[in-house]
Design a protein around this ligand. Structure first.
Ligand SMILES: O=C(O)[C@H]1O[C@H](OP(=O)(O)OP(=O)(O)OC[C@H]2O[C@@H](n3ccc(=O)[nH]c3=O)[C@H](O)[C@@H]2O)[C@H](O)[C@@H](O)[C@H]1O
Length: 431
């Protein structure tokens, strides 16, 4: 009996006996048949895998499409209604980051004077999203619709420009906060660089192109030591990734102005505070900790020098934003082509009188009628700068910007809002 191996792979084919020819043919057929069966099975499996994968991607795409919180006739109607202009020579403004602190106040101010406003916000969880939802509700009560979506979503932006011919974009959506960049650097690149470019692409492609006013930051002055900070001072020494992305934003917007004729105004905000503010900012969480009897950490510079900020009250900043929108000047491009030079402007929006952090705490103690548990530590190398101080003469000349709220007055309004929003009595006890 030949072995199976011999039968299948005869070592000397010429010596195969005639009487075994049939057997060999049968084996050959069996072998061929099993190879082709295997081949067919393999083909079948490949086809099965491919159809499974394409089905999955279909499910993914369609679920993304169907679960997207934007689109549809009703949604378009809400967008159009919100964008309606109710005053002569008014504007229609797309406000990104509308459920954010500055975004909410600017949207309300625009709506109140009769401009059309459509908000856009991704409601991310960088800080308590319920505060953002409450701001959205406040806006809805005033007839401002906030679209739930991301500035990185090019399809959504194209759709918005399709539904409304926005005359202006107030771009306030960003990853804010100086120290958080140590924890999550990618979020700054995602929102402040990639998101900005996606938005500018949409603005460039829109016909008519809108004028763009956007939030830069006082942090671009970085380690600059010449005070007060003027727009022409050097901004090439950022101290944090946040500052670096805002500085990059100033350069990126410049290229869109240069190549595509977009009208650009960058606003360098100086530590903006007030009612409906951001819980990640010192004045906000100092208030919370003081009321809860928890200690607060106060950073100090080298040689125990107090840090200082040009704290700027929200109402002053809102006036600066509206002044910038009113004087923006038109974009000159259309269909992605520049037709002539367009304005490119940068303004400081500060308060012009810096206050030290311990002084800020002192004011809060007085307003809250509670002593803070102060814990002084040397400023860690976390991106903070020792002080900020704005020269605002450029904004004053261009649109009459004049801050009028000192820190004491502004914090009083903030504390009043905080107590009411979080359900406190004036004497620091929860209701
Ligand atoms: O102008 C801006 O462009 C930026 O303003 C704001 O940044 P900052 O000026 O750093 O405000 P904020 O964090 O409130 O710290 C205030 C002071 O408290 C000190 N500080 C802070 C925290 C702490 O625990 N202790 C402390 O002493 C701290 O060292 C600092 O001296 C915005 O957050 C930022 O998004 C950006 O818009």
């Amino acid at each position: 009996m030949p072995s199976l191996e011999e039968e299948l792979f005869p070592s000397t084919p010429g010596k195969v006996k005639i009487d075994r020819t049939h057997t060999i043919h049968r084996q050959f057929h069996r072998c061929f048949a099993s190879t082709s069966t295997m081949f067919l099975w393999a083909l079948f499996l490949i086809a099965l895998t491919a159809s499974y994968l394409s089905f999955q991607s279909f499910v993914d795409t369609s679920s993304k499409y169907f679960t997207a919180s934007w689109g549809g006739i009703q949604w378009e109607k809400q967008v159009r209604n919100s964008a309606l202009i109710r005053r002569p020579a008014g504007m229609s403004v797309l406000v990104t980051g509308a459920a954010g602190f500055v975004g909410t106040h600017v949207s309300l101010a625009l709506q109140k004077r009769g401009d059309g406003v459509v908000g856009l916000d991704n409601f991310n969880s960088y800080y308590d999203p319920s505060l953002k939802r409450a701001r959205k509700k406040l806006l809805a009560d005033h007839g401002v619709f906030v679209v739930d979506g991301d500035i990185n979503d090019a399809r959504l932006l194209a759709k918005l420009f399709d539904v409304v011919a926005f005359s202006h974009v107030m771009h306030l959506a960003a990853q804010a906060g100086v120290r958080y960049a140590l924890e999550n650097p990618g979020s700054y690149v995602h929102s402040n660089i990639a998101g900005l470019v996606t938005l500018l692409e949409a603005c460039k492609a829109a016909d008519p192109q809108p004028a763009v006013v956007w939030a830069s930051s006082s942090s671009v002055y970085g380690l600059n030591s010449k005070t007060p900070f003027s727009e022409s001072d050097r901004t090439d020494q950022p101290a944090s990734l946040y500052a670096a992305t805002k500085k990059a934003g100033e350069e990126i917007t410049h290229t869109y102005n240069h190549i595509y004729g977009l009208s650009i105004t960058g606003l360098r905000f100086f530590t903006v505070y007030g009612p409906w503010g951001r819980p990640d900012m010192a004045y906000f969480f100092f208030t919370r900790n003081i009321l809860q009897g928890k200690p607060i950490t106060i950073y100090r510079g080298k040689n125990r020098v107090d840090l200082a900020r040009d704290f700027t009250y929200i109402d002053d900043v809102v006036k600066g934003c509206l002044g910038s929108l009113d004087t923006a000047g038109k974009s000159t491009g259309s269909g992605g082509k520049k037709r002539g030079p367009a304005p490119y402007r940068i303004f400081n929006l500060g308060n012009t009188s810096p206050v030290t952090v311990p002084e800020l705490v002192g004011i809060l103690e007085k307003q809250l009628k509670v002593k803070a548990k102060r814990n002084y530590v040397e400023m860690p190398g976390n991106g903070d700068v020792p002080f900020t101080h704005a020269n605002v003469s450029l904004a004053r000349r261009e649109f009459g910007y004049k801050p009028t709220t000192d820190l004491q007055t502004g914090l009083k309004k903030f504390v009043k809002w905080y107590m009411s929003y979080y359900g406190y009595h004036q004497h620091g006890k929860r209701v």
